[in-house]
Design a protein around this ligand. Structure first.
Ligand code: ATP
Length: 255
């Protein structure tokens, strides 16, 4: 399903006055795109994601997913947070099924398939306390996928993980994206991650949050971080960062 986003204005109250956080954000994604989004802290990335998810409806504009105007959260918009938010009293398969009945053979089969896709076979009966952060995040991803979302929205999903686990989960996510052909929108603070995953990359600037540039990432998959074309795109993204004039970008690290 295609995604059309038009956020003409989003404000929050600050010191009793409206403070414009997002302004004139307009873009369209084709079905199966993978948009990565980066920008300085506080530029409104999470707010934009919540608007697309239908969690925040207090803004001027419209979000249309597959021809339907989004006015509330729904199963078409899966949302993955930085922390996994699993139920501690449920095991892996119960967490994935959540409010769906695991005794239903169709649900059970789909849960089993997803456990394989997110590479958690053997951990079906494990509880969140027995899982690493990366494993827990894979459970959260499987739970969202079971609802067959049109769009999967991911807010810094790997931000709390170590570099090795993060790289592994990036490949798991790409695998899911290729198998399920879901449109993905992922917010990250990591330039490498944004170039490694995205088919297009949006750089946002702050005060108010606006799109600085949308950069197409035309590299074939699987991608190699050491390729000169990868490095070239990384530099292009860095150049756009510097234009956002945040001192945090100056050393070329993550944001
Ligand atoms: N519920 C709220 N009430 C008031 N202001 C808010 C609220 N949520 C976000 N803001 C403000 O909106 C701006 C954008 O916040 P948001 O969390 O979307 O930024 P972000 O780009 O995701 O930041 P970060 O990269 O640090 O996570 C910030 O100035 C923040 O203080």
């Amino acid at each position: 399903m295609s995604v059309q986003i038009q956020v003409t204005e989003k404000s929050f109250l600050k010191d009793m006055k409206p403070n414009t956080v997002l302004k004139d954000i307009r873009f369209e994604l084709k079905k199966g795109s993978f948009l990565t989004m980066i920008g300085p802290s506080g530029c409104g990335k999470s707010t934009l994601l919540k608007i697309i998810a239908g969690i925040d409806t207090d803004y001027k504009g419209v979000v249309v997913i597959g021809g339907k105007t989004i006015r509330q959260p729904g199963i078409d918009q899966g949302f993955i947070f930085q922390e996994h938010r699993l139920f501690p009293w449920m095991n892996v398969e119960q967490n994935i099924a959540a409010n769906l009945n695991l005794k239903d053979p169709k649900v059970k089969l789909e849960v089993e398939e997803l456990i394989e896709i997110v590479r958690l076979s053997g951990y079906e009966k494990a509880y969140p306390s027995e899982l690493s952060g990366g494993m827990s995040q894979r459970v959260a991803i499987a739970r969202a996928l079971l609802r067959n979302p049109q769009v999967l929205l991911l807010d810094e999903p790997f931000g709390a993980l170590d570099a090795f686990t993060r790289k592994h989960l990036q490949d798991v996510l790409l695998d899911i994206w290729q198998k399920k052909k879901i449109t993905m929108i992922l917010v990250t603070h990591d330039i490498d991650e944004s170039v490694y995953l995205g088919t297009e990359l949006a750089v946002l600037r702050a005060n108010p949050g606006q799109i600085q540039k949308i950069i197409p990432i035309d590299l074939p998959f699987p991608r190699s971080r050491t390729d000169s074309s990868f490095q070239y795109l990384r530099q292009t993204v860095l150049g756009e960062f510097e234009k956002t004039e945040s001192p945090m970008f100056a050393n070329g690290e993550g944001i």
